[in-house]
Design a protein around this ligand. Structure first.
Ligand code: UD1
Length: 422
């Protein structure tokens, strides 16, 4: 298995291009199942999660071709030849469950494996299934698979989600595009990836209003057609790379970034004493003098501070001046990076969903093990500030969400290399 070796010290200078959003791409790809006509996505990130979704869609009968070195993905779901999303693929990536809504809408039946638990928490699917049942589906759990049927097709309804789940909102919006009549989703998620999905669905002929607010209204149509759509910028990759010069020192411009994608995160950087400026090309971030100040962070649904940037923010707080309290409100088990950061010399006390980080002057390099995607990258960031070498093992997590991380950080002066494993 590959590992990444980071040697700390040395300021970063230059530009980092930010890719299209993994989480947007993973909901835009299943949208192909809603139409017989081709859907082409541009600005696609080149990640192993995209290859997993490609494998899943191919197994359902979609023809998928990756062009321009993977930055353009053309899909055609003329016929759906298989209606089962197999456990072997779904267990690798929870976002596989996003084929449920579109298949049910177009084919009126689908069988999708339950994803099972994952490192960051139980992640059930009740909000998805209750919502689809409100649209007229009958769903039964058999042998670990959800068997869903919509006799006579889905029907529009007014439905309030018990929590604004991102994935459930995406599944329900896609399902409602082909339902009969009007659907009103209340307490819907407001994340930029949902706004991007709706923008693509509208190009395909869907009638939707209210995206980006907590009430989304969808007027069902008989059919959707083909479209070409550029994937929105990855706000999590953006926030991650914005932290690199803050942790290591220096100045980096993240190309393609906009503050509106991560306002809550930028406010915290500002409070910590970091300079964040929007430019014509992206966002410029600099730390030139001394340590940053400790700030408290609570993760929330959008527009709050994203849970997917909590581990990276903790890496910054490890060497901040003062004590910071990080509260994780979205996933119950998302502090697994803390024992690894402690091995690097960090002072962190975790009690339930709250981590108290007392900043230290310097971290020390160590061999560390990553447990999930964002935890892995937090260890790389910590390694940029640490004395000596940090070896991050189990890099396959990183490859799920960060394309060419060693090139992107290496190009701005980080000492980082990948060691190919067996
Ligand atoms: C998406 C993102 C993930 C991000 C998360 C929260 C993708 C591919 N992944 O995940 O990177 O961390 O949003 O911003 O877009 N829940 C239930 N029942 C459900 C569904 C969710 O209890 O039916 C709970 C989950 O266990 C979790 C919380 O709701 O505690 C948030 O989950 P959700 O918003 O659904 O996240 P995902 O869509 O899985």
């Amino acid at each position: 298995m590959d590992s990444i070796i980071v040697t700390g010290g040395g300021a970063l200078e230059g530009q980092i291009p930010i890719a299209g959003a993994k989480n947007a791409a993973l909901t835009l790809m299943p949208a192909t199942l809603l139409s017989e006509e081709p859907l082409t996505l541009t600005n696609m990130p080149r990640l192993s999660d995209i290859r997993t979704m490609t494998a899943l869609l191919s197994s359902l009968g979609t023809e998928v071709s990756a062009l321009s070195q993977g930055q353009v993905v053309a899909m055609s779901s003329h016929t759906i030849s298989n209606h089962t999303a197999d456990y072997d693929i779904v267990r690798k990536m929870r976002a596989s469950n996003l084929v449920l809504g579109p298949m049910l809408a177009r084919e009126h039946h689908a069988v999708v494996s339950l994803p099972g638990g994952c490192a960051i928490g139980a992640r059930p699917m009740d909000i998805h299934t209750i919502g689809l049942e409100a649209l007229g589906a009958e769903i039964e759990l058999k042998d670990g698979y959800l068997h869903a049927v919509a006799r006579g097709g889905l029907k529009g309804a007014v439905h309030e989600l018990r929590f604004p789940s991102v994935g459930a909102t995406e599944n329900l919006v896609m399902a409602a595009t082909l339902a009969k009549g009007t659907t009103v989703l209340k307490n819907a998620a407001r994340e930029p990836e949902i706004v991007d999905l709706v923008s693509c669905l509208k190009k395909m002929g869907a009638q939707i209003a209210g995206e980006g607010t907590s009430t989304i209204e969808i007027q069902g149509v008989d059919r959707l057609h083909g479209a070409t759509h550029p994937v929105v910028t990855d706000r999590i990759e953006l926030g991650t790379y914005m932290l690199a010069p803050v942790i290591a020192g220096g100045e980096v411009e993240c190309l393609g970034g906009r503050i509106s994608l991560i306002e809550a995160f930028c406010e915290k950087l500002d409070a910590a004493g970091v300079s964040v400026t929007e430019t014509d090309a992206g966002i410029k971030v600099a730390r030139k003098n001394g340590r940053v100040s400790a700030v408290d962070v609570t993760t929330e649904v959008f527009p709050g501070f994203p849970t997917d940037l909590q581990a990276q923010m903790m890496a910054l707080m490890c060497t901040a001046d003062g004590v910071s309290v990080l509260e994780e409100k979205i996933f119950e088990n998302r502090f697994m990076h803390t024992p690894e950061l402690v091995r690097m010399g960090a002072n962190i006390d975790v009690q339930g969903g709250t981590a108290t980080v007392t900043g230290v002057d310097r971290l020390k390099g160590a061999p560390v093990m990553a447990t999930d995607l964002r935890a892995s990258v937090s260890l790389i960031l910590a390694g940029l500030a640490a004395e000596g070498q940090t070896t991050v093992n189990r890099v396959y997590h990183l490859d799920r969400g960060y394309e060419k991380i060693e090139d992107k950080l290496g190009n701005v002066g980080a000492k980082i290399e990948r060691v190919r494993g067996i």
